[in-house]
Ligand binder design. Structure first.
Ligand code: ADP
Ligand code: 2DT
Ligand code: MG
Length: 215
């Protein structure tokens, strides 16, 4: 069998403001896929385990400060350094369920409203990375997320900032995104997310080509 005959896995991405439920849904989705005999792994960005990821972790915990362009480039580099492994996994048939990606990267950096670091510049550093086969956007007003547990003391976990992040997600969004009402129950959302993921996995099995950001 040539490698071209191996059915590739899908790249399923969850995005949305802090506390909309991304991590909860990612974990459950990987479990449901695995229980159906589908090979799936949970990934997250930033990946704080790499050398670059450890620098990002210190920045997010406010243990270190950094120039806004430099930290943006590190978040982006953290995706580029995992790019080959991502493609290897997907091409060997594994479905990756990923908690945040370049959409967070652009939405968060641009929310700082720093001169020159506009949406177009923020996007440019990720251009050419593998694009998700399905993007699940958990939609929820920032005011609603405040009622949920989970805000720690990290750098970006502030209400006004999150509102800017949400506006940027809206600017980035397009018809290909799957919008879910994040105020629904964890179980209802899981059912909807599973359907979207299974459809994407089916498309990929049939030979759908991998896309690139931000084509
Ligand atoms: P995120 O990863 O997007 O920041 P989490 O998955 O960590 O969000 O969820 C944030 C908090 O909200 C957690 O305490 C979680 O248990 C809770 N939560 C997640 N999804 C729901 C939901 N659909 N309804 C109510 N609470 C939820
Ligand atoms: P969590 O680990 O709780 O998801 O928080 N971020 C993330 C960026 O600013 N740029 C990026 O490229 C990515 C992937 C979002 C991680 C925090 O890091 C922010 C919240
Ligand atoms: Mg999370």
């Amino acid at each position: 069998l040539s490698s071209g005959n191996i059915r590739r896995g899908a790249f399923i991405l969850f995005e949305g403001v802090d506390r909309c439920g991304k991590s909860t849904q990612c974990k459950l989705l990987v479990q449901s896929l695995q229980s159906r005999g589908i090979e799936a792994e949970l990934w997250r960005y930033p990946d704080r385990t790499t050398a670059i990821g450890q620098m990002i972790d210190k920045y997010l915990q406010s243990k270190e400060d950094m120039n806004d362009a430099a930290i943006h480039l590190l978040f982006s580099a953290n995706r580029w350094e995992k790019r080959d492994l991502m493609l290897d996994k997907i091409n060997s048939g594994v479905t990756l369920v990923i908690d945040r990606y370049g959409h967070s990267g652009t939405a968060f950096t641009a929310a700082k409203n720093v001169p020159n670091l506009d949406l177009a510049w923020c996007k440019s550093t990720d251009a050419g990375l593998p694009a998700p086969d399905a993007l699940i956007y958990l939609q929820m007003p920032v005011e609603e997320t405040l009622k949920r547990a989970g805000f720690g003391g990290e750098r970006y976990e502030k209400t006004e900032f999150q509102k800017e992040v949400l506006k940027n997600y809206e600017k980035l969004s397009n018809d290909s995104w799957n919008y879910l009402d994040a105020s629904k129950s964890i179980e209802d959302l899981q059912e909807e997310a599973l359907k979207i993921a299974l459809d994407a996995i089916e498309e990929c099995k049939k030979g759908k080509a991998m896309g690139k950001l931000w084509d």
